[in-house]
Design a binder for this molecule. Structure first.
Ligand code: GLN
Length: 307
């Protein structure tokens, strides 16, 4: 075992005993996840992947899809058009908050549910399938392998997704969304239900770390300015109402999802992903937060530290 893998294994064992938190229950299928699962993966500049723990466990990408769909919207429409529909400010509120700007109905940022639904609504395509295909194709290019949708998680989300539908109705009433509510939210539910492993997520994070170039496949997935825009939003808004604390303690652009994953990006150095299903009160994985926090501290990764 090389020294980095050893370090990762040590980090994993240090957080294993953390038993706090609970699996997400508002999406019934997610409540079934094995709460003990724990995995960590890191991808460096030459595309070397190092993974420890339950590295083959598959889970749905959930909100970690949001930065990548933002990237696709930026590619399709450019920065000004995207940020005319959705803000770039941390909301300081939970991920599913019913909070839209007073006069315009604009959501605070693309990484809370409202903002992500508005961003997804910008992706081109005639119907849910065509739009989903475009999104899955991009997620797959970031991951370096073909991803697909977990139909039972999708069905579970769609049948319990009234809050997201309500947000979409509100945004449509303001003209923030100009496609049908169904088209917007069903595409969003499908994007959230793409299956990934911690390894896939680390490759996706590393593609952002290297300016949109996937270090495993050697493919340019998005341009440098798109990757930079996405990382900027992740740095301020990626961890919901824990984003400020996260920047303080970890200092890396990141994004969490209610399935229990977190991606974090050390620009020009590596992409990281951690997975463990039990969540804290913000909807962030307890053990994944702890492990990335610990890695950043040990490796001196805080972006604002003099290097
Ligand atoms: N699909 C989930 C939802 O819309 C995503 C939320 C999340 O991962 N925080 O509620």
């Amino acid at each position: 075992m090389d020294t980095i893998t050893e370090l990762l294994r040590g980090a994993l064992e240090e957080v294993r005993s953390l038993g706090d938190g609970a699996t997400a229950s508002y999406i019934p299928e997610l409540a079934q996840a094995d709460p003990e699962r724990l995995a960590l993966s890191v991808v460096g500049p030459r595309g070397r992947v190092r993974s420890v723990g339950d590295e083959d466990a598959e889970f749905t990408i959930q909100s970690m899809s949001k930065p990548f769909v933002l990237a696709l919207a930026l590619v399709e429409h450019g920065r000004d058009a995207v940020f005319a529909k959705v803000g770039a400010e941390p909301s300081g509120e939970p991920f599913n908050a019913i909070s839209l700007e007073a006069d315009t109905g604009r959501p605070a940022n693309p990484l809370i549910n409202a903002g992500a639904i508005a961003t997804t609504a910008l992706i081109g395509g005639d119907d849910v399938d065509a739009r989903t295909a475009r999104i899955v194709e991009l997620l797959s290019a970031f991951a370096g392998r073909s991803l697909w949708i977990d139909e039972s998680v999708y069905a579970s989300e769609s049948s319990t997704g009234d809050r997201n539908r309500a947000l979409a109705h509100l945004m449509r009433s303001y003209g923030v969304i100009d496609v049908s509510v169904d088209l917007a939210v069903e595409t969003y539910f499908r994007q959230c239900s793409a299956l990934v492993t911690v390894r896939d997520l680390a490759v996706m994070a590393s593609t952002l770390a290297f300016g949109g170039w996937n270090p495993v496949t050697g493919e340019r997935v998005v341009g440098e300015s798109v990757a930079r825009d996405v990382l900027s939003i992740m740095a301020s808004c990626g961890m919901y109402d824990y984003s400020g604390q996260w920047m303080l303690r970890v200092g890396l652009p990141a994004k969490s999802g209610v399935s229990g994953g977190i991606i974090a990006v050390a620009p020009s150095q590596f992409g990281v992903a951690a997975f463990s299903p039990r969540l804290d009160e913000h909807g962030n994985s307890v053990r994944a937060v702890a492990i990335v926090e610990q890695l950043s501290e040990r490796l001196g990764m805080h972006l604002l530290e003099p290097h």
